[in-house]
Design a protein around this ligand. Sequence first.
Ligand SMILES: [Mg+2]
Length: 240
Amino acid sequence: MIRLGVTGTDTGVGKTTIAAALIARVHALGRRVVPMKPVETGVGPGDGGDAARLIAAAGGKHSLADVSPYRLAEPLAPTVASRQAGITLAIEQLDHAFGRLSTHAELMVVEGAGGLLVPITRDVSFRTLFRRWNLEVIIVALNRLGVLNHVLLTVEAATNVGLTVRGIVLNSGVTVSTDRAVVSNLGELKGHVPGIPVIPFSPIANGDSQVTLAEAGVQLDPLIPDLLSPSAGGAEDGCP
Ligand SMILES: [Mg+2]
């Protein structure tokens, strides 16, 4: 099983879009892909948020409660949002949920909240969680001035604790820019992270339908070479 943790250089850089595109792509390949959004903040009762988008991308068969055990109303870091809700987040609870979800998965895609060092509890950040679950890291960044610093900081924060960075996705966003930083970022970044694939990604406009997401997800194929060959894996699906 491949286990991926999707993190961002910041909030609002396209983590969910890229995670959903990857999930839809792998689902379209006929592989067993399972999403997880361990903690989501800024979601009221009945609000599906990021987790619902990930579930839809995986074919809609998982429940919100399984995929996203902690859902908090305030749009704040999990530590703060949970304090305001009067809830203590239990990491063991997240461990159980991860264990259940990953049982039959060929690919697990776990989306964090914000960046790698965002605290979940006082002692546990998403980085801690990604290590705990042996996730390889996908760093999502929005292609704009400042992204080199933010990506390199995130790579360092990951590799310093022994996490493997499987790839960096440079999201072009929906507007085409001719800004000099934007044009040069991809090439520059590649030179600074030898051995880590840096993948440019253009969201397909209007794109939350399964088809457009899966099409956009083809751009992410360098992240999942192991899942591209027509496999043995599909056949062992264990349909009773
Ligand atoms: Mg998100």
